[in-house]
Design a binder for this molecule. Structure first.
Ligand SMILES: [Zn+2]
Ligand SMILES: [Zn+2]
Length: 122
């Protein structure tokens, strides 16, 4: 991870994204449920792309408390993924207007979404 990455952690965009992740995870560590000293952890990094912290999809971010986070990094190395650029086809010109919450839920992976729905009605 280069300097640019550490710098991006000070960026307003990261602070905003971090907030969304904390909100999605109910301001709790997703491992032990601790509500103190929370950090937002990246579940993977792109191996072939310079990507600031805030450009990772929200579904790739999870809330951990500082001790679970430390534990994780002691035991595991964050997996690296190869970035493949997606090509989108033009769909309908008009996009439906979505609420902030809907947009947030859209970004969750289906598995995350299911877990979320099970845990607490979204
Ligand atoms: Zn924890
Ligand atoms: Zn981490």
């Amino acid at each position: 991870m280069g300097n640019y990455y550490h710098k991006s952690l000070q960026n307003k965009k990261w602070i905003e994204k971090r907030k969304l992740v904390l909100e999605r995870d109910n301001n709790k560590c997703t491992i032990c449920g601790n509500t103190q000293n929370l950090c937002v952890h990246h579940t993977f990094y792109w191996s072939n792309k310079y990507c600031p912290a805030y450009d990772y999809p929200i579904s790739s971010l999870i809330t951990l408390c500082s001790s679970c986070h430390k534990e994780y990094h002691l035991n595991c190395e964050t997996p690296k993924k190869t970035y493949v650029k997606k090509v989108y086809k033009k769909k309908n010109k008009r996009k439906p207007i979505k609420s902030k919450r809907e947009k947030l839920l859209d970004k969750l992976s289906p598995k995350d979404l299911k877990n979320q729905l099970r845990k607490n009605k979204v």
